[in-house]
Design a protein around this ligand. Structure first.
Ligand SMILES: *Cc1c(COP(=O)(O)O)cnc(C)c1O
Length: 358
């Protein structure tokens, strides 16, 4: 018998391969702006590190502790190495946290809309979802989330910047929030897009971990570091919780291949900074464009924009016909578009303009 909590679940729909889409659509050129991947690619240091490694010890299990990468990140974030828990992408960490911390009947508080995997895993664990809508500017409603905490609440998900709205809540706001959340409630701040924040530096709340041991901060190599294919993400947590998560996680969840790639990517902060600067510049142009067309959009601090447009599904079909895949289905008449290279953004904007003014 399939577990009751799972029987009626809708699956997360992963991206179709680019080769398949090209074939279906008869396209020679396709730019995928639907998954918030890094349009600037990957640091050349990653290629070099992989080539230097040359697939040694393929017959051996990888290092379960991910020692090299752990040390590098601990140094970079100025946290103790035993506060880090690695996963095959944040996907796995989201599953691991849910599996470890949520029991049947618990309440889990979420922003609406936000990344769908939090709800998926909460449901699998039999939790009751409490959705708190974003405010009229698309910003996570921290006061509303506080107000929805009950004795049954065990977990709160904060995606910052939030996917899909792109909006950012400040370090100060989260610090205040943490002082008001009961210590029995775990607050998970998913910082998948934190590198792209330019409105505040430093933007991360990793430093708050020393004050609040019910805080969990998530990071990934899939976005600014351009390593989505390698599946590397991690949680920064209190050492007590890290120990428990280490017990629940699969022992060899990161391949040496992934560790080597992530270590090389982490060592090339110049590449990351170049991407962040280029994205911020293009983001500004997008924002000016959307305002100019009088389309409703939210102020983004991430590597994507989210906007409302009539006949959004039709527009997405039109964009795909021209070789641009964007994300639909996140809200009626809303589209999410990953910020791409300048020439692609210009092309997409021209197509949107023609569509809207038709
Ligand atoms: C992309 C994304 C992730 C998943 O990242 P992986 O590390 O590739 O699994 C996690 N959280 C949010 C909000 C994302 O947008």
């Amino acid at each position: 018998m399939v577990k009751k909590s799972i029987a009626n679940l809708k699956p997360y729909i992963p991206e179709e391969t680019m080769a398949d889409i090209k074939k279906e659509q008869g396209l020679t050129h396709l730019v995928r702006l639907s998954a918030n991947e890094n349009e600037w690619g990957t640091s050349p240091k990653v290629t070099q590190a992989i080539l230097n490694w040359g697939v040694k010890d393929a017959n051996r299990y990888p290092d379960s502790e991910v020692t090299g990468l752990r040390q590098a990140i601990a140094t970079g974030l100025k946290v103790a190495p035993n506060k880090l828990v690695f996963g095959g992408g944040l996907d796995e960490i989201i599953q691991l946290l849910s599996r470890t911390l949520i029991s049947t009947g618990d309440e889990v508080v979420l922003t609406q809309p936000t990344f769908s995997e939090y709800a998926l895993h909460a449901k699998i664990e039999g939790a009751k979802l409490v959705n708190v809508p974003v405010d009229s500017s698309g910003v996570t409603d921290l006061a509303g989330m506080l107000g929805s905490i009950t004795p049954a609440t065990t977990m709160i998900w904060l995606c910052n910047p939030n996917n899909p709205t792109g909006t950012y809540v400040t370090h100060q706001a989260i610090a205040d929030f943490m002082t008001k959340v009961p210590r029995s409630v775990t607050v998970v701040v998913d910082e998948a897009y934190i590198d792209f924040v330019t409105s505040e530096k430093p933007a991360s709340v990793v430093d708050l971990l020393s004050e609040f041991d019910n805080l969990v901060v998530l990071r990934t190599f899939s976005k600014a570091y351009g390593l989505a294919n390698f599946r590397v993400g991690y949680a920064v947590v209190a050492p007590q919780l890290a120990k428990i998560l280490q017990t629940v996680r699969l022992p060899y969840n990161l391949s040496t291949f992934a560790e080597i790639a992530a270590s090389a990517a982490y060592s090339d902060q110049e590449f990351v900074q170049g991407v962040v600067t280029a994205v911020a510049k293009e983001r500004q142009k997008w924002q000016t464009f959307l305002t100019g067309l009088k389309l409703v959009s939210y102020p983004s601090q991430a590597n994507f924009v989210f906007f409302k447009v009539k006949r959004a599904a039709e527009l997405s079909t039109e964009l795909l016909r021209h070789g641009y895949l964007v994300r639909t289905g996140l809200g009626p008449d809303w589209l999410r578009v990953t910020i791409g290279k300048p020439e692609d953004n210009q092309r997409v904007q021209n197509l949107i303009q023609q569509f809207v003014q038709k």
